[in-house]
Design a protein. Structure first.
Length: 386
């Protein structure tokens, strides 16, 4: 009976906990979408939640925030690339975060991305508020200067818990830098009220027009099958520095009328309305949200086997197709198989939809709340400035 009372008290304490997120910005991006999804979900449950970022006061979050979420825009965007300037800006950001901690009085802080993690931890030293840190990218392909690497090594052991999306990403870090490691995938969050406008002939890819996404390889692969499937077209949603290069490649291949580069969608996730097959050709990912979204939207997916996340999401031949990373001929063959076989497309799409249930927002949010409960129940410890 006594244990039951204690558990109820802990559960109530966690339900009343004030949760503050910290991340660099609320622009368009995977981490930003995850944070917004969790904030809105918890706000809908009546939890007291807030988010601090370094955006300008007039910056509007790309993903809509529920009005119940407290938003702290600290007006401290990235400064110049000079070392002294970076150090000063980082100090200002830490002081600003301390101010938010005093004002919001969080019972737990959740920070996303390396630099924000370091700053959130340093800002929490005097108050002892527990900080849950989360790495969201592929760590083997991220580069930081020696000062940030040293700061990470010094501060990460102070975190209450370390969260990432895949076991492979977690194991990159020394055990000392990942206390109480938890693996939590990203939640799926399809746009509300989306409409099926599919015509049965559109291959879709989504992401920044940047080196990481390797859309030039997708265009190469499509060029190899385009003549065999004259009714199918390719649409690449996104914007970025490589637009002119991709447009030139498209023209050189004589595919201006078959490949569209329309830029960003009007609303986040709107691409699912017109996609019939989703393709991912990234060199690396932390956790490719676009795949989970496609699966939840009942789309067959063809993806390079890049680190990390693809093989955690897709069961090859059951919920999608996985091909060796950077293998354009293999990608072309997989596309031909999927485009040429309506039965396969339907089977993969249904398998994908069923498998996506484990990424339901409520399920994922509850996994985060388990860590919050542990953090709130743990005694606070202040760390002296060092």
């Amino acid at each position: 009976m006594e244990l039951t009372k204690i558990k109820k008290a802990v559960d109530q304490q966690a339900a009343d906990a004030r949760i503050l997120f910290v991340l660099p910005s609320l622009g368009a991006g995977g981490s930003e979408r995850v944070v917004t999804t969790l904030l809105n979900h918890w706000a809908g449950q009546g939890r007291k939640v807030g988010v601090a970022n370094f955006d300008a006061p007039d910056f509007e979050p790309f993903y809509p925030l529920a009005p119940e979420v407290d938003l702290f825009r600290l007006d401290l965007p990235p400064g110049s690339s000079g070392l002294i300037s970076q150090i000063r800006q980082t100090s200002r950001r830490i002081r600003a975060l301390k101010g938010v901690y005093r004002e919001f009085k969080p019972d737990v802080v959740i920070s996303f991305l390396t630099k924000a993690n370091v700053m959130a931890l340093v800002a929490a030293r005097s108050s002892g508020v527990p900080v849950i840190i989360s790495e969201r990218n592929n760590p083997t392909l991220q580069t930081f200067n020696p000062l940030w690497r040293m700061a990470r090594a010094r501060t990460y052991p102070e975190a209450f818990s370390f969260v990432t999306m895949t076991k492979g990403a977690a194991e990159y870090y020394p055990e000392s830098q990942r206390p109480r490691t938890r693996i939590i995938p990203n939640p799926v969050n399809l746009p509300k009220g989306w409409q099926n406008k599919r015509r049965g002939n559109t291959i879709t890819a989504v992401g920044r027009l940047a080196d990481q996404k390797q859309f030039h390889l997708l265009i190469d692969a499509f060029s190899k099958v385009a003549s065999d499937f004259p009714d199918w077209n390719l649409t690449i949603w996104g914007e970025g520095a490589l637009r002119s290069e991709l447009e030139r490649q498209r023209s050189d291949l004589g595919l201006d009328n078959r490949i569209a580069l329309p830029g960003l969608t009007e609303k986040p996730g709107q691409w699912i309305e017109t996609a019939d097959v989703l393709v991912l050709t990234s060199a690396y990912e932390g956790w490719p949200n676009v795949i989970v979204e496609g699966m939840a939207a009942e789309l067959p997916v063809v993806a390079f086997d890049c680190e990390h996340g693809v093989s955690d999401m897709i069961d090859d031949g059951v919920t999608g197709r996985i091909v060796p990373k950077d293998d354009v001929p293999a990608l072309a063959r997989a596309l031909a198989d999927v485009l040429g076989n309506p039965g396969m497309r339907e089977r993969l799409a249904k398998g994908a939809l069923a498998a996506s249930a484990r990424f339901n927002t409520g399920t994922i949010a509850d996994q985060w709340i388990e860590i919050v409960e542990d953090a709130v129940a743990a005694p606070r410890t202040r760390t002296a400035n060092r």
